[in-house]
Write a protein that binds this ligand. Structure first.
Ligand SMILES: [Ca+2]
Length: 314
């Protein structure tokens, strides 16, 4: 990676990717990776760059880049720099299309992410893909809360299991959860956290209590908000409980004898959420002895419908 760290009298390191910015279109992340150092003649960071005096950087004329020279990036204090999220990129450049773009972490390290820029208002960062017929992203998988990645180069909407770098780094308040069934029907559930912004999906998963989700409008979610997006799901989700949350641990005293789901809705035979037995969502743990589907919907008997899941945040 030709990620340059430049500290021109600034308290935070900055990221420069100007060559990649010019050439890196969607789906061509390697162009960004091959980019030379900022300004090409700038030399190694902090060596021959001829930095402006402390205090001068950041002015509108300080730069070596023009905004139009940094598609997918921002021209920040004279350097092309990545955004923290696809949402930030979308807000700054609303005409940019869906594809792979460089983002940066809170400490200025660059990485690639897939951005959905058209559907459902755009600005969505893909963070996770799950195959509900496998246990890779079952409720209890350490991947939900650890810092590891899984197939991090899988930056598109092909189905499979992947935990992408953005899972660890993109702040969000809303989720867009896709369910792809065996007939190639893809439905999306939109929701927002009642708790507001979290620093990343990983950070949100560290909560031990249910963190409830609402519709983007703020209205409570209903069973049909989920089950309408996956053919057949409504016949498996029980009518009780009905709590949508992220994460959504089931029950209090029944442990793994109850259903749990990382992002989704729980169902119960009773009216409360103390002993849920069914779910629809991503990252499930069935209440019976079956291990799958971990994405999709399952009832209290272990019957259900599996799906491939796609999780985006903004
Ligand atoms: Ca029950």
């Amino acid at each position: 990676m030709a990620v340059a760290w430049l500290a021109w009298g600034c308290s935070l390191p900055r990221t420069g990717l100007p060559g990649g910015a010019v050439d890196a279109g969607p789906g061509r992340p390697d162009a960004a990776r091959d980019a030379g150092p900022p300004g090409l003649d700038a030399g190694p960071p902090g060596v021959d760059a001829g930095p402006p005096a402390v205090g001068d950087a950041g002015g509108p004329d300080a730069g070596v880049c023009e905004p139009q020279a940094c598609p997918g990036l921002r021209c920040r204090e004279g350097l092309c720099a990545a955004y923290r999220s696809c949402s930030d990129l979308h807000a700054a450049e609303p005409l940019v299309g869906s594809g792979v773009y460089p983002l940066e972490t809170s400490d200025g390290r660059a990485y690639d992410a897939y951005c959905e820029m058209e559907a459902d208002g755009g600005g969505w960062t893909l963070v996770l893909k799950t195959d509900g017929n496998t246990g890779r992203f079952a409720w209890g998988s350490p991947l939900w809360t650890d810092e590891g990645l899984y197939r991090p180069g899988s930056l598109d909407l092909t189905p499979g299991n992947a935990k992408l770098e953005a899972y660890l780094h993109v702040p969000f308040a809303q989720v867009r959860v896709g369910f792809l069934d065996g007939a190639d029907q893809l439905g999306w559930v939109l929701a927002r956290r009642d708790d507001g912004e979290a620093s990343s999906l990983r950070a949100a998963m560290l909560a031990s209590e249910p963190m409830t989700l609402s519709r983007l409008s703020g209205m409570p979610m209903r069973d049909s908000d989920w089950t309408s997006q996956l053919e057949g799901a409504s016949s498996y989700l029980q009518s009780g409980c009905g709590r949508s949350a992220l994460p959504n641990p089931g029950g209090g005293g029944c442990g793994l004898y109850c259903a749990h789901v990382r992002i989704g809705i729980l169902g119960n035979d009773g009216g409360n959420c103390s002993t849920p037995d069914s779910y629809m969502g991503v990252g499930g743990h069935p209440s019976d002895r079956r291990a799958t589907p971990t994405t999709g919907a399952i009832d209290e008997h272990g019957d259900g419908v599996a799906a491939h899941g796609f999780v985006m945040v903004r």
